[in-house]
Design a protein. Structure first.
Length: 340
């Protein structure tokens, strides 16, 4: 069976390639390389000992996607391709609606024309917005507070409408919390182009000497140390959740052919706790300054994981020290990322 992975050369996508190759699936990657590097795919092949197919292209190019699905006889799609930075989405909302919403619409249209109706979609916990209660269950109200989250919710609604209209579709919506870490080999990891959008790359750049200090956005939240609390999940646990979700598609039927599941650990760590954990893993001091809060940031956000355990028979296995140690291993072996 052949799986099309959109955005497969990216951070999460490349780890997903390894997981599916290791599980015996053939993999085709579609990526426009706007925030990724083909070196990740070469290394994914090295880790798994198997080859994949790479096609450079954009999900917004419906004809190309349809051709790929037919040519490679794909049976399912895992959809990562899209823009994903909250702050950037507030500055460039049209780019986010174009890539995330229009891109997914064209992907779905291509899938329909090619007769491929199994899909795993990369969503986000940002669809919940300001938490009304914690931990966040899948039944929590959906009220995103930034353009990025709104694009994810629009796509989720599109998928639910599509599934309701046609029992032939089988769709899994996976709401990520905060992926960190790297493959234990140190061959693949997070390598953001330009200024990072997430906490962990900033921490690693301070630890490796590429950046003088970490900016901590806000120290006056109602949390245990005043800094924001998030649910950090090891990227390998996350992509193993995709494999379990893909297997779960076979249990769906026309009456209930679309599900949404949180992928997180159920635990929250503050920014300062992440800093201290990384200091222990790297044996480096992480200097930081407190700066004003960012618009749109919430105080705390962590998952209720019961549904993932019940529906997917999945739960995160790797601890915070694994996340930090594997990240530092990746950075030490690749101080300049894939450009080394």
């Amino acid at each position: 069976m052949t799986i099309l992975i959109t955005g497969g050369a990216g951070y999460i996508g490349s780890h997903c390639c390894v997981t599916f190759l290791d599980a015996g699936y053939d993999v085709v990657v579609l990526d426009n390389l706007s925030n990724s590097n083909t070196a990740s795919l070469t290394r994914a092949e090295e880790i798994s000992g198997r080859k994949l197919v790479f096609e450079q292209g954009d999900v917004r190019d419906q004809a190309t996607v349809e051709t790929l699905l037919k040519r490679h006889e794909c049976t399912a799609v895992i959809h990562f391709a899209g823009l994903k930075a909250v702050g950037e989405s507030t500055r460039y909302p049209l780019a986010y609606y174009d890539n995330n919403v229009i891109g997914t619409h064209r992907l779905l249209s291509a899938m329909a024309n090619a007769g491929v109706r199994d899909l795993i979609f990369s969503s986000s916990a940002t669809v919940y917005g300001e938490p009304q209660q914690l931990p966040l269950t899948e039944e929590h109200s959906l009220n995103p507070v930034n353009p990025y989250g709104r694009t994810k919710l629009i796509v989720e609604d599109m998928l639910r409408d599509l599934a309701a209209s046609d029992p032939g579709w089988r769709i899994g919506i996976l709401r990520y919390f905060n992926p960190v870490g790297a493959h234990a080999s140190g061959l693949i990891g997070e390598d953001p182009l330009g200024v990072p959008n997430n906490l962990m790359p900033f921490i690693t750049q301070v630890a490796s000497g590429r950046r003088e200090k970490l900016n901590v956005f806000g120290n006056d939240y109602e949390t245990r140390d005043g800094t924001g609390v998030r649910d950090y999940i090891h990227v390998v646990d996350l992509v193993e959740g995709h494999l379990r979700a893909y297997h779960a598609l076979s249990n769906l039927d026309g009456r209930d052919n679309c599900f949404a599941v949180n992928l997180g650990t159920g635990d929250g760590y503050s920014v300062l706790e992440m800093v201290k954990a990384f200091e222990r893993a790297s044996n480096r001091i992480i200097s930081y300054d407190f700066v004003p809060r960012r618009a749109g940031d919430v105080a705390e956000c962590f998952a209720d994981t019961k549904k993932a355990q019940e529906l997917l028979s999945w739960s995160a296995e790797r601890e915070l020290h694994n996340m930090c140690e594997d990240t530092w291993n990746w950075v030490c072996k690749n101080p300049k990322g894939y450009s080394d």
